[in-house]
Design a protein around this ligand. Structure first.
Ligand code: PMP
Length: 389
């Protein structure tokens, strides 16, 4: 019997076997010619995955929070006005983080499960002179999806830098950084980009790089300073070795492998597969009669879902039952409703089979916890929705 369970949380996720194999290669020197080629190739491919031919990629050892910090540390100076558009936990984190760099942080909060409308954002931009605004493409605590397009347009119209937290979206949700005018878009390796945890991945537009070059004060954060990292990224992109901090060699080899697999699938196909899986998963939860945090289909992410438990089901019992069925799910994250909902990651390498195994495990876990459900009802809805779209 297979002992390994399916990991269906919103990161780390299920990884491609080839990516895991790249992690097991004997570690080479970070200046070895083969590694220099792999790193350079990974930087080139990032631009294709971000759809940002004009972007400047950064790959640094650390988690997604370091990518958030890197954007803030390099682009925000004391006294700069910034606007955080918050659709959940990670918006709040960004507001706390930005407060380390400036005392002028405004937060525009969505009601739980709702998006923030472009009109609401524009009202703020008309009111004050912001240098930068951040938003979470997919907030992992609520599964709310924001449309980056109108935000990119508003950023151009008002001369405000736009920073997209794509930790739960890049390489899963549609994102065309150059075309949509997004200045910074970042992610972490353990999410839809499909590499074990440990890399912060960021892409900066020429406009963002200009703002950084014209700073008045030096960047206060030594490790995150682009002054230290830009020469390294430029060197590897030109297939030359360079050193500032030792790169995470095996993770970068795994990144190269994963980016190659992503581009072989093709970005449009990949976005579409995520849409199909997201839609099918939501159809299954609807068939089970479960409500979801996102208020509508339009505001629901395709990389993860956040369903509420039915009345009377205890979070711990449900998650243990799903695990006994071979599928690991995540609990709630928003402090005030933590025990009332669960989260399911369905991004990256997730297949139709993974989706159906997950829906089947949820169905059993609900039944075992006393919820009255017609066996197979959710599975049927998932299959129908997947195959119809
Ligand atoms: N932003 C979002 C949207 C996230 O989902 C996460 C991680 N769940 C982070 C930021 C922080 O990333 P990390 O945990 O890798 O620091």
């Amino acid at each position: 019997m297979k002992a390994r369970k399916l990991l269906m949380i919103p990161g780390p996720i299920e990884f491609e076997p080839e990516v895991i194999q790249a992690m097991a290669i004997p570690t080479t020197s970070h200046v070895a010619p083969d590694f220099v080629e792999s790193f350079g190739h990974a930087l080139d491919m990032m631009k294709e995955v971000w759809l940002s031919p004009s972007g400047q990629p950064f790959v640094v050892a650390g988690s997604g929070t370091l990518a958030m910090d890197m954007a803030a540390a390099n682009l925000v100076e004391p006294g700069d006005r910034v606007l955080v558009i918050s659709t959940g936990y990670f918006g709040e984190r960004y507001a706390n983080l930005l407060a380390r760099y400036t005392d002028q942080v405004d937060v525009l909060r969505a009601s739980r499960g709702e998006q923030v409308s472009p009109e609401q954002i524009e009202a703020y931009l008309k009111e004050k002179d912001y240098k930068l605004m951040t938003f979470t493409h997919v907030d992992t605590s609520t599964a709310v999806l924001m449309d980056p397009r109108p935000i990119g347009e508003l950023g151009k119209k008002y001369g405000v830098l736009t920073v997209l937290d794509g930790v739960c979206s890049v390489a899963g949700e549609e994102m065309k950084q150059d075309e949509w005018g997004i200045d910074v878009a970042f992610t972490a390796s353990q999410k839809a980009i499909g590499v074990p945890p440990g890399l912060a991945l960021l892409m900066a537009s020429p406009r963002a790089m200009d703002v950084w070059k014209n700073r008045i004060k030096p960047v206060a954060n030594y490790y995150a300073d682009w002054e230290n990292w830009l020469p390294i990224m430029e060197a590897y992109a030109n297939r030359k070795p360079a050193y500032f901090g030792t790169p995470a060699v095996n993770l970068i080899l795994a990144l190269e492998t994963s980016l190659r697999i992503i581009l072989e699938e093709g970005m449009d196909q990949r976005f579409n597969r995520h849409r199909k899986i997201g839609r099918a998963f939501r159809a299954a939860m609807k068939a089970a009669g479960l409500d979801m945090i996102p208020a509508s289909e339009d505001s629901a992410a395709n990389t993860l879902s956040a369903p509420f438990y039915p009345e009377g089901i205890a979070a711990g019992d449900f998650l243990a039952a799903a695990s006994a069925e071979g599928v690991i799910l995540a609990g709630g994250l928003l402090a005030d409703i933590k025990p009332r909902y669960f989260r399911v990651g369905h991004m990256g390498a997730t297949t139709r089979n993974d989706l159906l195994a997950t829906v089947g495990a949820i169905e059993s876990a609900l039944q075992k916890n006393g919820y009255d459900l017609k066996p197979g009802a959710c599975l049927q809805s998932a299959q129908q929705a997947y195959d119809a779209s």
